[in-house]
Design a binder for this molecule. Structure first.
Ligand code: UD1
Ligand code: CA
Length: 461
C-alpha cells in the first residue's frame, strides 16, 4: 500500500519593513482575514498531514494566529533556504516514518506568508503535475508579471524543464547574468518537492552570493546538476502577487472585494451599488437577500434568505434568520442574533443580544447583553443599562412584551412575557408577566400657570 504524505511550510519570518508597521506583515488583514490565514486556508484545503509556520523572534502574535498549526522561530533571518530548514525538526517524524523502499511518498510544499491569494486549485494542479510523466522530483510555480523586476527568473531548457532560478540581486551584481534579466517567466516562490530530497538539496545550498543569503531557489540548479527534473507550473499573476507595502495591500483588498461581491451575487444575493458594499472573506448572504449601498460587513456575518440590509449599516459577528430587516444606519456588533423577520431600524446598536422572531427595535436603541422574546416591541430610545462600571449584566425581555419609548432597563432585570413598560420608565426591578409597570414622576398640572408665568416675565422687562 502506498500513501502520499504532504507537509506544508509557510515562510513568515520577514519583518515586512516596507509596511512601516508595528504589526507583523502577515497579520495585516485582507477582507477581514489576516494574510497568513488566507495562506493557511489555501494549504488546509489540500488536507496536509502537517503545517509548520516559520516566524521571526518576538512574533508571538503570528504564532497565535497560526494555531493550531505549529510555529518555529528562525532566530536569524539568513534567507528563504535557511528558513525552510528551520522547519525540519518539526517534520522529522513524518520524514522518517517511512522506510526507503516502503513505496510511500512524501511531498513538501513551501508557501510564502505574504502571498495570500494562492488558490487550492493551483496547489492541486502542482501536485498533479508532480505525479504526471512530465513532472519531476520538484515542481516550481512560475508566473509572467507585467514587470519582472525584483523577481527570480526561471531559465528553462527546450523541454520546459527548469535549469535554474536567477535572483534579481545576482543579475544586478554580475554582468555575465544580465541577459537573464530579459526572461519574462518569474518565480512565484511556491515549491513542491519530494520532502527528503528537498532537505538534502537545502543542505548543499551556500550563501556565497550578492545578498549573502541562503536562497531557497538555489535548490533548482543543484537538482539539475544531479539530473533531477524540475517541472514548472504557471499561475495567473493575481494569485501570486506578493504584499510588501500598504499600496499593494490596498490593491489586494480591492481585488478581494471584487471577488467576494461577485461570489455573493452569483450565489443569489442582490447588491445595489456593489462597489460601495464591503464584505469579509467569510460573509454569508442568503438567497434573495438584498443589500443596499454603503453597507460594511465585518468578519463573522451570516444572513439567512430574504434578509434586507439598508444603507449605512455596519455588521460584524452576527446572524440574521430568514427575512430579518436591518437599517438604515444600524450597528450589529458581535453576538447579535436576529430571529425570523425581526427588525432593527435606524440608530439601533445591538451587541451580544438576541431578538426573537418578529421582534422589533426600530429606532434609537441600545441592546447589549439581552434576550428579547418573539414579537416583543422596543420603543424608540429603549436602553439596556448593561454595565455598572465594573461588570456586564443581562436583560431578559419576554415574548410579546412592549417597552415604551425612552425606557432605561437597568440590568440585571427581567421583563415578563406580555408585560408593558410605560414610556420614560427607569426599570430596576423585575416586571411580572402581563403586568404594567410605569416608573416616572406623577404629572402635575397648574391651571393657567403658563399664562401667569408669561405675564410675570413681561412685567420684569
Ligand atoms: C523570493 C524569491 C524569488 C521570488 C520572490 C517571489 C528567494 C531567494 N527568492 O524573493 O525568486 O521571485 O520571492 O515573491 O527565495 N523569509 C523568511 N526568512 C528569511 C527570508 C525570507 O521567513 O530568512 C520569508 C519572508 O517573510 C517572505 C518570504 O520568505 O514571506 C519571501 O522572502 P522575501 O525576502 O520577500 O523574498 P523575495 O526577495 O521577494
Ligand atoms: Ca517578497
Amino acid at each position: 500500500m502506498t500513501s502520499d504524505r504532504l507537509s506544508v511550510v509557510v515562510l513568515a519570518a520577514g519583518m515586512g519593513t516596507r509596511m512601516k508597521s508595528d504589526r507583523p506583515k502577515v497579520l495585516h488583514e485582507i477582507a477581514g482575514k489576516a494574510m497568513l490565514r488566507w495562506v493557511l486556508d489555501a494549504a488546509g484545503a489540500l488536507d496536509p498531514d502537517r503545517i509548520v509556520v516559520v516566524i521571526g523572534p518576538g512574533m508571538e502574535a503570528v504564532a497565535a494566529a497560526a494555531a493550531p498549526h505549529a510555529a518555529v522561530i528562525q532566530e536569524d533571518r539568513l534567507g528563504t533556504g535557511h528558513a525552510v530548514q528551520q522547519a525540519r525538526p518539526l517534520l522529522n517524524d513524518l520524514l522518517e516514518a517511512r522506510g526507503d523502499d516502503s513505496g510511500e511518498h512524501g511531498d513538501l510544499l513551501v508557501l510564502y506568508g505574504d502571498t495570500p491569494f494562492i488558490s487550492p486549485e493551483t496547489l492541486r494542479a502542482m501536485r498533479e503535475l508532480r505525479r504526471s510523466p512530465q513532472g519531476g522530483a520538484l515542481v516550481a510555480l512560475g508566473f509572467e508579471p507585467s514587470d519582472p523586476t525584483g523577481y527570480g527568473r526561471l531559465e528553462l531548457d527546450d523541454q520546459g524543464a527548469l535549469l535554474q532560478v536567477c535572483e534579481q540581486a545576482e543579475i544586478d551584481a554580475d554582468p555575465a547574468k544580465a541577459a537573464l534579466g530579459g526572461i519574462r517567466l518569474c518565480n512565484a516562490g511556491v515549491v513542491l518537492a519530494e520532502d527528503r530530497l528537498l532537505f538534502e538539496l537545502l543542505a548543499q545550498v551556500g550563501n556565497d552570493n550578492a545578498k549573502g543569503e541562503f536562497y531557497l531557489t538555489d535548490i533548482y540548479g543543484l537538482a539539475k546538476r544531479q539530473n533531477r527534473r524540475t517541472a514548472v507550473y504557471v499561475a495567473p499573476e493575481e494569485e501570486v502577487m506578493g504584499i510588501n507595502d500598504r499600496c499593494e495591500l490596498a490593491v489586494a483588498e480591492t481585488l478581494a472585494q471584487e471577488r467576494l461581491r461577485r461570489r455573493a451575487l452569483l450565489a443569489g444575493a442582490t447588491l445595489i451599488g456593489p462597489e460601495t458594499i464591503f464584505l469579509s472573506e467569510d460573509t454569508q448572504l442568503g438567497r434573495d437577500s438584498i443589500v443596499h449601498p454603503h453597507v460594511v460587513f465585518g468578519p463573522g456575518v451570516a444572513l439567512g434568505s430574504g434578509c434586507e440590509v439598508k444603507s449605512f449599516s455596519h455588521l460584524e459577528g452576527c446572524r440574521l434568520a430568514d427575512g430579518a430587516v436591518v437599517g438604515p444606519f444600524a450597528r450589529l456588533r458581535p453576538g447579535a442574533t436576529l430571529g425570523r423577520g425581526a427588525r432593527v431600524g435606524n440608530f439601533v446598536e445591538v451587541k451580544n443580544a438576541s431578538l426573537g422572531a418578529g421582534a422589533k427595535a426600530n429606532h434609537l436603541t441600545y441592546l447589549g447583553d439581552a434576550t428579547v422574546g418573539d414579537g416583543a416591541n422596543l420603543g424608540a430610545g429603549t436602553i439596556t443599562c448593561n454595565y455598572d462600571g465594573f461588570a456586564k449584566h443581562h436583560t431578559e425581555i419576554g415574548a410579546g412584551a412592549f417597552i415604551g419609548s425612552n425606557s432605561a432597563l437597568v440590568a440585571p432585570v427581567e421583563i415578563g412575557a406580555g408585560a408593558i413598560v410605560g414610556a420614560g420608565s427607569t426599570v430596576t426591578q423585575d416586571v411580572a408577566e402581563d403586568a404594567l409597570a410605569i416608573v416616572r414622576g406623577t404629572q402635575k398640572q397648574v391651571e393657567g400657570g403658563a399664562r401667569r408665568f408669561r405675564e410675570r416675565r413681561r412685567k420684569k422687562d
